[in-house]
Design a protein around this ligand. Structure first.
Ligand SMILES: Nc1ncnc2c1ncn2[C@@H]1O[C@H](COP(=O)(O)OP(=O)(O)OP(=O)(O)O)[C@@H](O)[C@H]1O
Ligand SMILES: [Mg+2]
Length: 498
């Protein structure tokens, strides 16, 4: 696992992200609830005040509206109310041309010119801040600070005969708003903290579970990097994205291990094949060096053997280079060629190479888009195999067929054939069947591998089977064929064993 600060880890990041999201969600919910609670309690107070003021105004007489009558009416309403406190309300009635009637005598300083029983406050010598705030409050609802607490106030004018005869101010403590809101804040603080801690813990546990296979993968990758390709994650987790990744990782390692094994085998085989001719050459030279009197014939013999082995090595190196180029994907340069001309010329050349009964069936007319030299190389490789596995006079047949824009070219013989179990593997590099090995002759086992590489580079396929005569049939199919109906079909050819 790559080391880094703990907060960079998936677990810490997921847990912290959960916390941040939760804090944002809780904050929004808190703000909405806090404001909603305040509005609700305030509306309740306003409703009560509105009702009370309406009841009060209805108690003020329409006649007479003298200050004394108004004072009396206001006083008798106030007598029914308890004095202002935590539960009761504050009443201040200003009578135009008269004084002030209130249930809070101390509000506007000492009374002057009236009896204390009247609780009539008229013209305080020095007006308090609260009294001034009350006096200057505009009609309608407002909130003042009264004492230490907020006071919700409604001011209503009393109109009689189109004339304002008095103003009634009714106040109620709004401390319940703050109380309700602080209750909400407390609840949120406790529940929010607990939820937050739980979410962080849960987020951490969840992230640990999610990242466990990833950590295992990193461990496996580290061991693979150290050179052990047999390592696998072998996840048994439920089928989620991480499991898909783990399985894909295992499959990739399977292929890598396979490719490395093939590569090692290829290098070992190539070295072995190159060592054989080198050993022969060294042996010949040593024999020559040990001879006390070297004759011209001795030199001629060694020269022949060494030349043969050098040619073998040259061919092997050429084949290996060709396969390496096939791996790099720059093997063929396709161009349009006439199928009949191509096949008949190739056939005629082949008939000269060995003492066999060569046969060519009907060749379809048309053009094929392919690399002429490379396809000729494939046919020659297959034909050489057929010749190598048949005796003098043996059958070597080329059969060509076309269908749906594809051409199939098959090489058939009447030799021992390729055992069914070997038919896929003969295309592997350096693969030779046991009988071929036992004979100790033939090439390195690269001919069919090269044929397959060339055919695959053309987008075609190659396969091995049995011929009607019981020998081998190796056939390849290529795309890019365009038939032409007009061209004459040549007669089937037969080249007797020369
Ligand atoms: N026509 C055939 N009949 C029987 N066996 C065959 C035939 N063609 C190929 N094989 C088997 O398939 C093996 C692989 O063939 P391939 O052409 O790749 O290698 P090779 O002929 O042994 O060597 P190279 O072609 O490199 O000289 C051969 O060794 C042989 O065992
Ligand atoms: Mg061969």
């Amino acid at each position: 696992m790559p080391e880094g600060p703990w907060w960079r880890g998936l677990r810490a990041r997921l847990a912290l992200s959960t916390a941040v999201i939760l804090v944002a969600a809780l904050g929004t919910a808190f703000a909405a609830t806090y404001r909603g609670t305040g509005t609700q309690v305030r509306n309740q107070i306003d409703g009560d005040l509105r009702q009370d003021s309406a009841a009060f105004v209805s108690r003020i007489p329409f006649y007479p509206t003298t200050p004394a009558a108004l004072t009396h009416a206001a006083q008798s309403y106030l007598d029914q109310q308890t004095s202002f406190g935590a539960t009761a309300r504050l009443y201040v009635v200003r009578i135009v041309g008269g004084g002030i009637v209130t249930n809070q005598p101390g509000l506007a300083g000492p009374a002057s010119g009236t009896t204390p029983a009247d609780r009539l406050v008229a013209g305080p010598p020095r007006e308090s801040d609260e009294s001034q705030a009350l006096r200057t409050a505009k009609p309608g609802f407002s909130t003042l600070t009264f004492g230490e607490e907020p006071l919700r106030l409604v001011v209503v004018p009393v109109v009689r005969d189109n004339r304002t005869v008095a103003t009634i101010a009714i106040g109620e403590s709004a401390a319940s708003v703050a109380r309700a809101q602080s209750g909400v804040a407390r609840t949120f603080a406790i529940a929010g903290t607990l939820t937050l801690l739980a979410a962080i813990a849960l987020g951490f546990v969840l992230a640990s579970r999610i990242s466990r296979p990833l950590r295992r993968m990193a461990g496996t990758a580290a061991r693979v990097t150290a050179g052990d390709l047999s390592q696998r994650i072998a996840s048994t987790a439920p089928h989620d994205e991480v499991r898909v990744l783990a399985d894909a990782f295992d499959r990739m390692l399977d292929r890598l291990e396979d490719a490395f094994a093939r590569q090692r085998g290829f290098v070992a085989d190539a070295s072995h094949e190159l060592r054989t001719p080198l050993t022969v050459i060294r042996g010949q030279l040593e024999v020559l060096a040990r001879q006390p009197a070297v004759t011209r014939e001795d030199v001629g013999h060694v020269n022949d053997v060494v030349r043969t082995e050098v040619l073998r090595m040259e061919r092997l190196v050429e084949d290996l280079l060709l396969l390496a180029r096939a791996d790099e994907g720059e093997l063929v340069r396709p161009a349009a060629l006439d199928l009949q001309t191509f096949v008949t010329e190739l056939f005629d050349a082949l008939t000269l190479t060995a003492d066999r009964a060569f046969e060519l069936g009907e060749v379809p007319a048309g053009t094929l888009v392919a690399d002429e030299d490379r396809i000729a190389q494939v046919v020659r490789n297959l034909a050489r195999n057929a010749v190598e596995h048949t005796g003098p006079g043996g059958l070597v047949r080329i059969a060509v067929a076309a269908r749906d824009g594809r051409v199939e070219i098959a090489l058939e013989d009447d030799g021992p054939g390729i055992p069914a179990a070997q038919r896929d593997r003969v295309f592997d590099r350096f693969h030779r069947t046991d009988t071929a090995r036992a004979r100790g002759q033939g090439g390195a086992g690269l001919g069919l591998a090269i044929a397959r590489a060339i055919v695959a580079a053309h987008g075609g396929t190659i396969s091995a089977g049995a011929s009607p005569e019981g020998g081998a049939r190796v056939a390849f199919e290529l795309p890019g064929f365009r038939p032409s109906a007009s061209a004459p079909r040549p007669k089937p050819r037969r080249a007797a064993a020369s």
